[in-house]
Design a protein around this ligand. Structure first.
Ligand SMILES: Nc1ncnc2c1ncn2[C@@H]1O[C@H](COP(=O)(O)OP(=O)(O)OP(=O)(O)O)[C@@H](O)[C@H]1O
Length: 390
């Protein structure tokens, strides 16, 4: 039972991923706002009534955020603040966050504590920068920072388990013991939903049945195709392609932006997600096995019994069956027999949901770095942030 001691005090919960930024308030079931972590700046030269460039008019600079930024990317400069879990463009992160909080969430963030969720293995200097940005630029009054995998596990009501968190640019296997992630047993691979989208785009352009529609092969259209039709093959792509396509016409149909409906075959639907299994030592089953092997023998049973899939990319159907099948070759039979793959229906937002729950607990305030802590510890910021960040 979650004990709520900060009833009159909401906490702003922010899960800043490379693909999407999720923001909302503690105690709520889902983030209020989810937007692609992107902005683009487009300079437009106004046209006259006949559609000719008006050389006398001042050029207009337009800034787009989220999906609009992706859709307008080709007209200007696309800025992606985070890439593969790492801070890539500090200024645009500030702008996207400000837009999400001020314009979309419509909150006076200076008034409320903030819980910032970050990726496992986020470098300390990145956490320091984020703390500095929130205290100095956003003028927040207090801040907690927490590991997304711990919170994803917490969202399922567990404090022990192996979290396989699959995001947009990175995937992590994170063993968690009594609410603490084990850093030396955490493994990552630089593959995620973005690579599946890229694979969808590549196959889309090459498939003879789809070549007539190449003008639609924009990343945002391909992402939508992926999210609606992709599927993980239960054993291998080869085996899947050799069998009859199990999908109905409806399950293979995709509507392009101009309204055309195309039929998408197995090569694309099942082929693109194979990137998660193809990386040798950096494949999904392999990093899970490495995480297990790096933990104490006594603890491994708990881990395989609580193998939690989390993050947006874990929404692809068929993952659980494939992981179970692949792990059969990688772990001893007695462990494999006990394996339980947990797929929560809300796993796309599991870290945010865990954060929302955690920030509602009476103990949450112990994790807050206050403005005063920050000011006092500024000369050695890492000390303050590392001591309190979880
Ligand atoms: N139904 C779905 N099927 C397949 N993929 C999906 C689905 N829904 C979302 N995704 C993918 O999940 C990814 C985003 O997941 P998530 O929000 O967990 O990542 P992130 O936190 O932004 O990224 P990262 O953890 O890499 O920083 C995107 O690539 C998106 O296309």
């Amino acid at each position: 039972m979650v004990e709520c001691a900060v009833d009159e005090l909401d906490v702003i919960v922010i899960d800043a991923g490379g693909g999407s930024l999720k923001v909302g308030f503690s105690g709520e079931d889902l983030p209020r706002t989810v937007l692609s972590t992107a902005m683009s700046v487009v300079t437009e030269i106004p046209e006259d009534d006949e559609g000719n460039v008006d050389t006398t008019a001042q050029p207009k600079t337009l800034t787009y955020f989220g999906d609009e930024a992706l859709q307008n990317a080709s007209k200007g400069t696309l800025k992606l603040p985070l890439k593969r879990g790492l801070l890539h463009d500090k200024d645009s992160l500030e702008d996207v966050l400000e837009h999400a909080l001020r314009s979309l969430l419509k909150v006076d963030y200076e008034e409320l504590p903030i819980l910032l969720i970050d990726s496992p293995l986020t470098p300390q200097h990145q956490r320091d920068f984020l703390a500095e940005m929130l205290f100095e630029k956003f003028k927040v009054r207090s801040l907690a920072m927490m590991n997304s995998a711990v919170l994803s596990l917490f969202s399922t009501g567990r404090t022990r388990g192996m979290v396989v968190e699959m995001g947009h640019g990175v995937t992590h296997a994170v063993p968690v013991f009594e609410g603490f992630a084990i850093p030396h047993a955490t493994f990552r691979m630089d593959y995620g939903g973005q690579d599946i989208t890229d694979a969808v785009q590549k196959i889309f352009k090459e498939l003879p049945s789809l070549t007539a529609y190449q003008q639609h092969a924009h990343p945002w259209v391909m992402r939508s195709l992926k999210e609606s039709l992709c599927h993980v093959a239960p054993h291998s792509l080869k085996e899947q392609l050799a069998s009859e396509d199990p999908a109905s016409d409806e399950e293979r149909s995709f509507e392009l932006p101009d309204g055309t409906i195309v039929q998408v075959d197995q090569q694309l639907r099942y082929g693109a997600p194979e990137i998660l299994f193809a990386g040798g030592d950096r494949s999904l089953p392999k990093i899970t096995q490495m995480g297990l092997n790096a933990c104490d023998l006594d603890f491994r049973l708990d881990l395989v019994r609580n193998l939690v899939l989390a993050g947006g990319t874990s929404m692809i159907p068929g993952l659980s069956e494939r992981i179970r099948n692949e792990m059969q070759m990688l772990v001893p039979p007695d462990l494999h027999r006990q394996m339980e793959v947990i797929l929560d229906s809300q796993r796309k937002y599991s870290a945010w949901i865990g954060g929302s729950m955690f920030a509602s607990l009476s103990t949450f305030e112990h994790f807050l770095i206050t403005k005063q802590d920050y000011e006092e510890g500024k000369s050695s910021l890492s000390g303050v942030v590392a001591r309190k960040a979880w």
